[in-house]
Design a protein around this ligand. Structure first.
Ligand SMILES: [Zn+2]
Length: 463
């Protein structure tokens, strides 16, 4: 083994038994809209480069939920951004050592500032204002600390789901959706009044489309506003499995339509709230692994060479949990990997999957096309483990773009970048261009399966 390789595996186990201690929750939010002015250009992320912001329709927010079980504190933060990168999340965590785990997930709005790099003035220019990212890091740290200072006292929790496929469109064959809304309802133990909702829905915040130049959280803006109005409590919105890709049904790309759609999504969340039944969220345990995703995408490699994408790269090793040598001109011909993280946050009866990108819904439910289309590049590839395959009958939620945005995580059997193309098409479907490569999904899903298995083993050991 190469002596320069560093093993970067970390497992966090939060607390043993804390039964008898009251679960508390805190909710908080802060405005993270970037400044806009003569000197301060904002490049909007999510479609083509060169789309400059001209104003603000609604503020971009960071929203935080802190759970406290005795001494243990976990924070879940959702930011209205296209995909905050792993390095920024690691910086946030450094300032929050008193938390057992901090998760930061992006909603993936396509109407906010570039925080990755690909959407600058031209395809060859870096679109990120690094000072802005630092501001998000600082505001998020502050938000988590302040939220932890405003805990509610003992709470009861219920978990509910509701399904509506009419609120989604899958723009890529084969059709596979995750049309399930998942909610956690927190209520005060004394009195039963609602103190907050955590909502997870699975759709690209892109109802405004590619021509809009006003910054907005997109439809989740109206979803959160409507739920706050109905329940008179704070609401945190998280994005789930949006690969494939999951988007609002085609509409006129106006703020009226975006608002209507957001309110309809709030309606589905209300059904989930009505259906919710009590759930125990303690004890809390987190198992996380850093892993290294192979990047075969030539555009990503080119963008990195051009310094449009600036995250660190490492040479691929034969172990996805092992960091290879840093990429340099000497080893530029080798396969590059990027460092990311996958986690299973076990909250009592609820498993919370933290997936660092845009997971295809096929990898949620295992509804793979059988047989795969013969035009695909790897129709006989091994099937990846799926969420439901790994978690069985457990109750779960999924945070996509959790702690990172590595792009689409596609089933390898659907990978289709070479002729002949699947479904008799003349060209490739959209997806591969924004994915690290055909093997990324397997690394992530196997990593998640490992987290779940290790979490269970540890539980048994403590029993
Ligand atoms: Zn996307």
């Amino acid at each position: 083994m190469n002596g320069r390789l560093i093993r970067m595996v970390f497992v966090l186990s939060v607390s043993g038994f804390t039964s008898g201690v009251a679960l508390e929750v805190g909710f908080g939010e802060v405005d993270i809209t970037p400044k806009l002015g003569e000197e301060e250009k904002v490049w909007l992320a999510g479609y083509s480069p060169g789309r400059q912001a001209t104003g603000v329709h609604d503020p971009l927010m960071a929203r935080c939920v802190v759970l406290k079980d005795g001494e243990d504190k976990l924070a879940f933060v959702s930011v209205d951004l296209v995909g905050l990168q792993y390095s920024a999340v690691q910086e946030i965590r450094k300032q929050l050592p008193e938390f057992s785990y901090v998760l930061v997930s992006s909603t993936h709005t396509h109407e906010g500032p570039d925080v990755i790099g690909m959407w600058g003035a031209t395809p060859f220019q870096y679109g990120v204002n690094d000072d802005y990212v630092q501001e998000v890091v600082k505001k998020t740290e502050q938000l988590v600390k302040e939220t932890a200072g405003r805990m509610t006292g003992e709470v009861m929790v219920s978990f509910g789901t509701a399904e509506d496929a009419t609120l989604l469109k899958d723009s890529r064959q084969p059709e596979a959706l995750d049309a399930v809304m998942r909610v956690l309802v927190f209520s005060r133990k004394a009195g039963g009044e609602k103190v907050g909702l955590l909502v997870q829905w699975n759709s690209h915040p892109e109802a405004m489309g590619s021509k809009n130049q006003l910054m907005t959280a997109d439809f989740p803006w109206a979803t959160v506003r409507e739920l706050k109005r109905r329940y008179k409590c704070p609401v945190a919105y998280f994005t789930g499995a949006v690969g494939g890709l999951m988007a609002p049904p085609a509409g006129p790309k106006t703020f009226d339509y975006t608002e209507q759609h957001g309110v309809a999504v709030a309606g589905l969340a209300s059904k989930a709230v009505e259906a919710a039944t009590p759930i125990e969220l303690t004890p809390m345990k987190v198992t996380a692994h850093q892993l290294y995703l192979p990047v075969s995408n030539k555009l990503y490699r080119l963008a990195k060479t051009m310094r449009v994408l600036r995250r660190a790269g490492y040479v691929l090793t034969d172990d996805p949990y092992l960091r290879g040598e840093a990429m340099s001109p000497k080893n530029a011909a080798q396969t590059m990997t990027i460092e990311t993280e996958v986690a299973c946050v076990q909250l009592g009866e609820l498993s919370l999957a933290a997936i660092p990108g845009e997971l295809y819904p096929e990898l949620v439910y295992g509804k793979f096309q059988e047989p795969a289309d013969v035009g695909a590049d790897f129709p006989d590839a091994e099937l990846e483990p799926t969420m439901v395959g790994i978690l069985g009958n457990r109750k779960w939620m999924l945070f996509g773009l959790a702690n990172d945005e590595v792009g689409y995580l596609l089933p390898k059997r659907q990978w289709d970048s070479k002729q002949p193309f699947a479904y008799g098409r003349k060209n490739s479907q959209y997806g591969e261009a924004n994915s690290c490569g055909p093997d990324a999904a397997a690394v992530v899903m196997k990593g998640f399966a490992r987290c779940v298995k290790e979490g269970r083993t540890k539980r048994k050991g403590q029993d």
